[in-house]
Structure formats: C-alpha cells, structure tokens
Design a protein around this ligand. Sequence first.
Ligand code: HEC
Length: 193
Amino acid sequence: MIRKLAMAAVLTVAAGAASAQDCTAVTVEDQFDLTEEQIGVLYECLSEKMATGYAKEGDAIAANYRDWAPTATRAAVAGAHQNRLLNTFANDIAAEQYLKFEEEGVVMPIGSILAKESITISLKKKAARPGPLFTMIKVGTDLAPDAGGWLYGGIQPNGKVMKVKQSFCHDCHVGWEAQDSLGYPVHEVRLGN
Ligand code: HEC
C-alpha cells in the first residue's frame, strides 16, 4: 500500500514537472497495464492540450464537446482504436439514449453527436500524447445509407479536420448493428453502471 502511494506521488510529481507539453515522464510500458492512477495522471497532464488543440481551427464540435455529457468515469483502453485511451462525450440529443448503453433495438435520434477524445500511447517512446477527436453524427439513412445513418469524422490534435473513409469506420462499427452501430465505453468505466 505504501509502495503504491509512493508510486502515485512519483507519477504526479513527474507529470507536473513535465508540463502540458510533454507527458513522457509517465513511462508507459504497456497500455493495458496502466493503473487507474496512471491513466488519471496522463489524462490530467494532457486534458487542456487536447481541448485547446482540437478547437484551434474553430471546429464547432471541438469547441463544445467538453460541455456535453460525459459517458465514462475516466478514459480507458478498448483495444480497438489502436493504442489509445478513449473518452466519449454525448451531445444533448444523444445523451439520454446513449447513457442507457442498451444492446437491442437502439435507434439514436437524428442530430446525435458522439465525440471521443483519444490519447495516443507510443509504446516505442513509452509516452502519451493527444490523439484525434473521433466523431459520429447521426444524419439519417437518406444522407448516409451505407454507414447506418452516421457520418464519421475526426479532428487532429492540431485542430485540422481529418479525411475519414466512411467504410473504414463503419465496417467495424456495423458489428454493433443492434446498438445503432455504437461500441460504447468498456464496461468498467461506463457512467452509472
Ligand atoms: C476496429 C474497430 C473500429 C474502427 C475501425 C473504428 N472504431 Fe470507433 N469504436 C470502436 C470501439 C470498440 C468503440 C467503443 C470503445 C470505446 O469508445 O471505449 C468505438 C467508439 C467510437 C465512438 C464513440 C461512440 C460509440 O461508438 O460508442 C466514436 C465517436 C467512434 N468510435 C468514431 C470512429 C471513427 C470516426 C472511426 C473511423 C475513423 C472509427 N470509430 C473506427 C471500434 C472501432
């Protein structure tokens, strides 16, 4: 226990000293071995940098998503979306239905937006930095017949809009067809679960 506390203190100090520019002080050997505390330190260290970076070019989702409903108690690694810590926010239209995390017959209302921050873990550098803000906007099947009515998108950590191939995203998300193509955060971090 004492060792664990000491470890947390070391991590906190190290992350503080590293400033918002650089979270390399938290050594990441394996993204699946990160403790809740380590994830907290990394998130705190990169939180501001993510939000300001995504909003840099004036994207409306990037500028607003932090005021939306959180969907998880903390960022977590899902395995898909590569070596990334993920944290999803839901806009007003999406939040009520999304937060039920239902598994059957889900139909998200048009205008729903999910915005998912990501922290990219470089196993080579054993460090973390902001990854893209992934987005899903429910536009309806008239506009997006091949993607389940969703428009997939992304904003780079520098605020630039990413070119996103709809089929690349949807081919994986369609695996959750009964959940209206939503993957949901991993169970242990779902809000209210
Ligand atoms: C290999 C599978 C896979 C691919 C490809 C993929 N995703 Fe996801 N996505 C997931 C999983 C798994 C989750 C849920 C895990 C989590 O958020 O913690 C998820 C969650 C999301 C969410 C949060 C809403 C939800 O589903 O719960 C958004 C937004 C999102 N992805 C956008 C994208 C975009 C944009 C692309 C394409 C650039 C993409 N995804 C490609 C697997 C994938």
